[in-house]
Design a protein. Structure first.
Length: 84
């Protein structure tokens, strides 16, 4: 594996992990009053587009990071709709 791919994987792990605490807090507290649905929908759409881009370029770091992030963002959108 090339160094640039390793760097991509590290970046993918860090950026993907960054949303985990928010998902956990929202899930635990069952409160989304301070969460912007518009922001999460826009972010979800952007991440899905990055996922498609990563698939097109056959980039494992982009595919993994954006797939996992899309799932986490989808969970946040569902929680926002459920706990409004």
């Amino acid at each position: 594996m090339e160094n640039i791919e390793i760097m991509g994987l590290v970046a993918a792990v860090l950026t993907t992990y960054s949303i985990v605490p928010q998902v956990y807090k929202t899930w635990s507290n069952k409160s989304t009053k301070d969460i912007s649905l518009t922001m999460y929908l826009a972010m979800f759409l952007g991440v899905v587009l990055w996922l498609i881009y990563g698939i097109y370029h056959d980039s494992i770091p982009m595919i993994l990071a954006n797939f996992i992030t899309a799932v986490l963002l989808f969970v946040m959108v569902v929680l926002k709709l459920k706990y409004k």
